[in-house]
Design a protein around this ligand. Structure first.
Ligand SMILES: Cc1cc2nc3c(=O)[nH]c(=O)nc-3n(C[C@H](O)[C@H](O)[C@H](O)COP(=O)(O)OP(=O)(O)OC[C@H]3O[C@@H](n4cnc5c(N)ncnc54)[C@H](O)[C@@H]3O)c2cc1C
Length: 373
């Protein structure tokens, strides 16, 4: 017999991770989960896929604590769900700075952090020649700080495999848009259902999701585009590190000679999902600073997704103050592949009544992001 019927609205990285942890087999198998997702514009499936929060310029302490814990959880989750190297691989990341003084300061910061952060792995200061040896496709390599614990993750495969795993254990997926009515009942495809607990993880769309409950959530959309470039090579690229150049687009090499370049941050495009020539040319030009002779014909694909931002750029999660049966998690911005899994995990534990820790080191109260309509 199922003791708790739980709904998850939104099947991105938060929703899929929560579904995985809620449906892990237990002695009682006491939970049945229904996940509603319409998939439109999902940020997780469009993302570049870099996990390397430690040397970010952000100085938000809650965000850093959450991202640091997120980067530690992901390898455990990958192991627990038996995800392969096509989904997640610790290849290391190379972070650059434009001035040699800034690079030295970054290296000092990285060494200090690595001393108390085992997930960072080994830290090395690489000359331009050493970076060129690590990334042989670069024609003008910069010097950089190498962090061996950095990783790349395929958001689409991560979510699909977690959901496949959960479907084997009491997860039902409903493909479609779910809506609350004013008393918190959920309607999808004109059927109305009530659940004991609900997790809302609808990314950039969460303002609309919560509006029928009389709540005005401070979350806005941001369009992100990236390009896939095909490069002719006979070498295997599957373990090459990611490069994160200061003030430019990230360069992420994949097996088979694919380079992902991204991403744009477009604040004025609302929920538009059209790939644009302007973005393609900008991303190609950014990559061109390090790789000469790239042609637009080498762009084989473009991906577009919608990120969610709060006014203070901080992710939030927890119960709704007005309805504790509904928990929310979102506002992940540009680092949600790193912070999404830990939020999904903590929300799942909270819904199961298994959470015994104060979350204020990771998030401001959800009420800080809400006003009544
Ligand atoms: C181009 C790009 C590059 C990025 N690169 C990185 C990176 O390198 N590293 C990193 O850490 N992060 C990166 N990010 C950020 C990261 O992808 C996001 O922060 C994260 O994936 C957001 O996850 P989420 O689960 O909150 O939302 P989403 O992944 O957007 O999922 C929300 C889901 O809810 C669904 N939904 C919405 N409303 C409803 C409804 N009413 N009913 C049913 N379903 C609904 C949507 O269709 C969607 O499928 C990138 C983002 C973009 C766009």
């Amino acid at each position: 017999m199922f003791l708790k019927h739980i709904a998850i609205i939104g099947g991105g990285i938060i929703g899929a991770t929560a579904a995985f942890y809620l449906t892990r087999p237990t002695e009682t198998d006491s939970v049945e989960v229904t996940l509603f997702d319409d998939g439109e514009g999902q940020a997780t499936k469009a993302a570049s896929g870099i996990i390397s929060p430690w040397l970010s310029k952000r100085r938000n302490k809650r965000w850093y604590a959450l991202a640091k814990r997120g980067a530690e959880l992901i390898p455990e989750l990958v192991h627990g769900a038996q995800l392969g190297s096509e989904v997640y691989e610790q290849t290391g990341t190379i972070v650059t700075r434009k001035s040699s003084e800034d690079l030295k300061a970054l290296y000092t910061e990285a060494k200090e952090k690595a001393a108390t952060t085992p997930a960072m792995g080994e830290v090395q200061l690489f000359s331009a020649t050493q970076v060129g040896e690590k990334l042989p496709f670069l024609t003008t390599p910069p010097a950089g700080v190498f962090v061996s614990g950095g990783a790349k993750i395929d958001g689409a495969q991560f979510v699909n495999q977690l959901l496949d795993n959960a479907q084997a254990h009491h997860l039902k997926i409903v493909h479609g848009r779910a809506k609350f009515n004013s008393s918190g009942l959920i309607t999808c495809d004109s059927q109305q259902v009530s659940f004991d607990r609900t997790i809302v993880a609808t990314g950039a769309w969460m303002k609309a999701t919560l509006a029928p409950l009389g709540l005005n959530l401070a979350v806005r959309p941001q369009k992100g585009q990236l390009i896939d470039i095909s490069v002719h090579t006979k070498e295997s690229w599957d373990t090459l590190p990611v490069m994160m150049p200061e003030g430019s687009s990230d360069i992420i090499p994949f097996a088979g000679g694919k380079l992902v370049i991204g991403a744009t941050h477009e604040d004025d495009q609302q929920f538009d999902l059209t790939p644009t020539k302007t973005a393609r040319d900008e991303l190609l030009a950014n990559a061109g600073a390090f790789i000469s002779n790239l042609a637009k014909e080498q762009v084989v694909d473009m991906r577009v997704g919608t990120r969610a931002y709060t006014p203070d750029f901080g992710p939030f999660f927890g119960q709704l103050p007005t309805n504790p049966a509904i928990s929310v998690g979102g506002g992940l911005g540009s680092s949600g592949l790193t912070t999404g899994p830990i939020i999904g995990y903590l929300l799942a534990k909270s819904v199961l009544g298994e959470l015994d820790q104060d979350l204020s080191c990771y998030t401001k109260p959800v009420s800080d992001y809400l006003a009544n309509l």
